[in-house]
Ligand binder design. Sequence first.
Ligand SMILES: NC(=O)c1ccc[n+]([C@@H]2O[C@H](COP(=O)([O-])OP(=O)(O)OC[C@H]3O[C@@H](n4cnc5c(N)ncnc54)[C@H](O)[C@@H]3O)[C@@H](O)[C@H]2O)c1
Ligand SMILES: [Zn+2]
Length: 436
Amino acid sequence: MSVQHLKTGMPASARSDVDAEVRGSVERALAEIEARGDAAVREMAARFDNYTTDSFRLSEDEIQALIARVAPRDLEDIRFAQAQVRRFAEAQRASMQDIEIETLPGVILGHRNLPVQSVGCYVPGGKFPMVASAHMSVLTAEVAGVPRIIAATPPFRGEPNPAVIAAIHMAGAHEIYVLGGIQAVGAMALGTETISPVDMLVGPGNAFVAEAKRQLYGRVGIDLFAGPTETMVIADDTVDAELCATDLLGQAEHGYNSPAVLVTNSRALAEGTLAEIERLLRILPTAETARRSWEDYGEVILCDTHDEMLAVANDIASEHMQVMTDRDDWYLQNMHSYGALFLGARTNVANGDKVIGTNHTLPTKRAGRYTGGLWVGKFLKTHSYQRITTDEAAASIGAYGSRLCLLEGFVGHAEQCNIRVRRYGGRNLPYGGAAE
Ligand SMILES: NC(=O)c1ccc[n+]([C@@H]2O[C@H](COP(=O)([O-])OP(=O)(O)OC[C@H]3O[C@@H](n4cnc5c(N)ncnc54)[C@H](O)[C@@H]3O)[C@@H](O)[C@H]2O)c1
Ligand SMILES: [Zn+2]
């Protein structure tokens, strides 16, 4: 096997130092919010976002005034994107069925998919006002039937961003708060004097937001670990360096810590992409952050074979996987760990981020090994129920139950079964042996 790095990012030890620092600040900030509620939230909004207000919650009048500032074309585009997200989410919802079956005569087992009762959607907006994240969290929760949906988004350049607020409102949020970072997710999950706590937190965010959600997990549910954006391009010589460089930088611009990785079996494409990236970084208006991401986290990995490329890709489990090869379908069949796949040169991550209809909130930091992205199913809880409808079933399954309880030493449990065997059982048990 020959897998060769033509470019690497910062070493793993430096990355884990960064993680440890974030972990510490989040721990301290959440403890403050828990202890002092709104006062702590207020101080953090002033410190991290330089933002003060009488009420972090927007009134209906404030929401309408912000929406009135959005250009009609922009509102129309948001409506279009939301229609695509809704269409796919509704089809996914329909794929989840409640079931009820008779597993043995007189034994009925079933499950129901029930929505979480209240969710807090984080809509990021420190560096860019992320309009699309509103559809992904709020609208999807709405399709799932969540009765209370609240959303928080940071001020952008000192005030709530009109397009983001419009998208959150149009997606169906019931309460909107102008709050960012740890103070937003902390306040929604822990509750304060003015915000009643939610059952679940969802949505992407920077390292502070993702870590805060991770620490709050257990106290509340979370969708997944959706931290700083990552992208991988898997390409062979069916595509050119300009396309690969564009796709890598397109996502590296998210922040200073967004890994972008090229995996290829073509040395010419690898070297060409490195050169193209340098050229594009001289003209891309967001080059300042994209360059930092590329220098610290960018990688170019040269393999001999597609099998090696597949193994590298599954191991890194990148959030976005753009596949542009002579065998895209083979990758679709064989990839097992990733956030979402983008297949073929016509497809791209930006469409997936903003408009095409699949959810853009996706697992990062290798969480793709154990979860897919946010979807309507994440807002639904699958609860089982059971019912015994005949005397014979109560006695027969009870005989098994009784013996299996005693096998573990649970006499009280066994008695729950025995009392029913005595009450409902005759001597003729249709299955299983009689209790002694
Ligand atoms: N995984 C996904 O699905 C996905 C999707 C979209 C976006 N993203 C990621 O979301 C992130 C958005 O990041 P962003 O920063 O622009 O917006 P953000 O809204 O996530 O974070 C902004 C907040 O961070 C807080 N903050 C900033 N510096 C801080 C510090 N030193 N200490 C404590 N708090 C601090 C501030 O309160 C601010 O309100 C990007 O990293 C992007 O890659 C991920
Ligand atoms: Zn993106």
